[in-house]
Design a protein around this ligand. Structure first.
Ligand SMILES: Nc1ncnc2c1ncn2[C@@H]1O[C@H](COP(=O)(O)OP(=O)(O)OP(=O)(O)O)[C@@H](O)[C@H]1O
Length: 641
């Protein structure tokens, strides 16, 4: 069977990144240098075992310059400089590695947490980092070394702890923009856990800045370590270290300046190599980004197998929203309500269109359902009943169980809903594994991914599965996004303007696909759109939103034939479809008021030709006017034909 790319290495990007890095001569030279240094650090103490404990060499040959017998000469006690330099590499490099390890173990997780979770977690981590950065590091290291005398481990651990906030800040800043990317929301909606998202989707994206920063901190660690060894604080004589050799040479710098050169060159070259390597890694990463843009039983997991029978709930609503209020905190700290008293119902297998101009609160309502309001957003009141559970009162873990499996999401921009570093087959596969459990074999996951891609009518699913997101066309990307949303077999699919970014032919194909899926899977669809053509094409009922309020809801036929809210009527009148060419298309005068400028009483009254003083008197309630039909207009009888 063709390889479906369901099992790439953790970072599918890494092999290509390594290739790009190795294409750079400078990077190759730096890596070769470091490889030699590491080899020397391992091998030298084994091959030259007596150098570490050698108190003195041939005292008749002190401070001899380079010769055939002693290639780098001898030191003040007649010991071979080259031997000491080679043996001293181990302790020097070990010190750097210890420091970097501690820095990475503290800086990376804390930076990830602060950047990803934001809010209180971020503030607490940043507060701790500020405190650490304000402490004079060298004083602390000296205090620690006064207790743990000549302990390289203690000194470098202290160094690692003290510089970890620098790495933490870099990681946090790199994560901040990523957490708002749609593919992270899509991964959450798909039901992937936070730990999984952090390690598999966020961490690989910030690996570049981490490596760059660690290279620079490696140079700093070497500098600090040799400095402390120079002061005789880290390594006990007669064991050699590069810093200790510089100290020995410094004592006789006037009599014999040569002695300082071999360790000095080794230190300077290593610092330079760390810096240059960091630069090369950064350039290789930049090149990459500059290029083109389950716990259900395994037995239930076979594609095409019918989902749990929704009939058990009869005609009851699958999702029922009542009195929903959503607000966003403004920079000053005050909260502004953007959705007020929202109400809608959607039954099993029903397609509900949510219509309204931009800024009316369609997305805010949908995101409130998924518990994915952007930072600053909050549900102020009301209930969101999904299969009888109030989503508004669930915690993050409980919502996590609903996302993907209960409710799926397809967004307007499918391309950005995918992690650009993984093949799409693998990204669907991870959702399949998440929802159908790790007991599912690799082959079963691959088969299921292909089946999902087949269900969304993609020709040659195996080849599509192997592609990266940027290798898909807009229509293909939307189908792949739908396939991923289907992996958890959701009962409700929220489709937020799924066809807006597509051309007309592809739009029609995607709508056909949604119609088929709804029929085959009895999946309810909440379709957000501003296009009445789309509503007429696929929806059973429509809900019209204006300035944060549901102004009308009814079955498709009646609402189109006889709109009973002036806003619905105006929206339908401005719809270009079915209009005669050569005639001016009517527009609705004015614009949707900002949430902090909603008029008193009816929100639409400032743009309404039926407005009377009564409309401003008090908030208008949504009125039931029979046959599952509601309107928020006190003059609705005037609109009856
Ligand atoms: N992150 C945010 N912070 C502050 N206000 C926001 C935020 N997101 C949305 N809003 C505000 O909430 C209101 C509703 O926005 P929403 O995106 O839900 O509208 P919409 O009807 O979906 O529009 P569109 O069709 O353009 O997506 C708008 O006034 C918008 O300015």
């Amino acid at each position: 069977m063709t390889d479906v790319a369901v099992n790439p290495p953790p970072a599918a990007e890494s092999p290509r990144f390594v290739k790009r890095l190795l294409r750079r001569r400078l990077a190759l030279a730096c890596l070769a240098y470091l490889a030699i240094v590491v080899l020397v650090a391992i091998v030298a103490p084994i091959l030259l075992p007596d150098a570490a404990g050698q108190q003195a060499g041939d005292l008749a040959l002190v401070r001899q310059g380079p010769s055939a017998e002693h290639l780098l000469g001898t030191d003040t006690l007649g010991r071979d400089v080259l031997t000491r330099l080679l043996v001293g590499t181990q302790v020097t490099i070990l010190g750097v590695v210890e420091g970097l390890l501690v820095t990475a173990l503290l800086g990376v997780p804390l930076g990830l947490l602060a950047g990803y979770f934001g809010g209180r977690v971020d503030r607490a981590v940043m507060w701790g980092a500020d405190i650490f950065l304000s402490i004079p590091a060298i004083v602390v290291v000296l205090m620690v070394l006064s207790v743990f005398r000549q302990s390289m481990l203690a000194g470098m651990i202290t160094f690692g702890v003290l510089v970890s906030p620098a790495l933490m800040r870099v990681v946090r800043s790199a994560v901040l923009p990523i957490r708002n990317e749609l593919y992270i929301s899509a991964a959450r909606v798909a039901g992937l856990s936070r730990t999984y998202i952090l390690t598999r989707h966020v961490l690989p994206r910030v690996a570049g800045p981490i490596v760059v920063q660690l290279s620079l901190l490696g140079a700093l660690a070497l500098l600090v370590q040799t400095g402390l060894a120079f002061l005789g604080l880290l390594v006990e004589a007669p064991a050699p270290s590069w810093g200790g050799m510089v100290a020995d040479g410094a004592k006789v710098i006037v009599l014999d300046p040569w002695l300082i050169w071999p360790p000095g060159i080794a230190i300077a070259a290593s610092i330079l190599v760390f810096g240059l390597l960091g630069d090369s890694v950064r350039d290789a990463m930049t090149e990459a980004w500059a290029s083109p843009v389950a716990r259900r039983r395994v037995s239930n997991s076979k594609a095409g197998e019918s989902r749990e029978d929704p009939e058990r709930t009869g005609s009851e609503a699958l999702l029922s929203i009542r009195g929903l209020a959503v607000s966003f905190r403004r920079p000053g700290g005050s909260a502004v309500q953007v959705v007020r008293d929202a109400e809608l119902d959607i039954k099993h297998g029903e397609v509900l269109g949510v219509v309204g101009e931009s800024g009316c609160g369609k997305s805010a309502t949908a995101m409130a359902v998924l518990g994915l309001l952007p930072s600053g957003g909050a549900i102020d009141g009301g209930s969101i009943l999904f299969e009888g559970r109030d989503l508004a009162s669930l915690n993050e873990n409980e919502l996590h169980d609903i996302r993907g499996r209960g409710i799926g999401l397809v967004s307007q921009e499918p391309m950005v809903a995918f992690d650009p570093t993984y093949r799409v087959g693998w990204q669907i596969g991870e959702v399949v594994r998440c929802h159908h459990g790790s007991r599912m074999s690799r082959q079963a996951v691959k088969d299921y991914v292909l089946e999902l891609l087949r269900q969304v009518n993609l020709p040659d699913p195996a080849s599509v599965a192997r592609r990266y997101p940027h290798e898909l066309s807009g229509g293909m990307a939307q189908r792949v996004a739908i396939a991923r949303a289907l992996a958890g077999e959701p009962k409700l699919l929220i489709a937020d303007e799924p066809t807006t970014a597509l051309d007309v032919t592809v739009q029609a194909e995607i709508l056909d696909l949604l119609r088929t899926l709804r029929a085959e899977r009895r999946m309810a669809i909440l379709l957000i759109t501003h296009d009445w053509g789309v509503v007429a094409d696929i929806c059973d009922r429509a809900v019209v939103l204006y300035a944060g309020e549901v102004v009308e809801q009814a079955a498709l036929g009646p609402i189109v034939a006889e709109p009973l809210h002036p806003y619905t009527r105006a929206l339908l009148a401005t719809n270009p479809q079915g209009r005669h060419t050569g005639r001016f298309l009517p527009t609705i005068p004015g614009t949707v008021p900002r949430p902090d400028e909603w008029p008193q009483g009816c929100h639409f009254r400032t743009r309404c030709d039926l407005s009377t003083p009564q409309c401003a008197a008090q908030p208008v309630e949504l009125e039931e006017i029979g046959d599952e039909r509601k309107t928020r207009c006190i003059h609705h009888h005037v609109l009856r034909k």
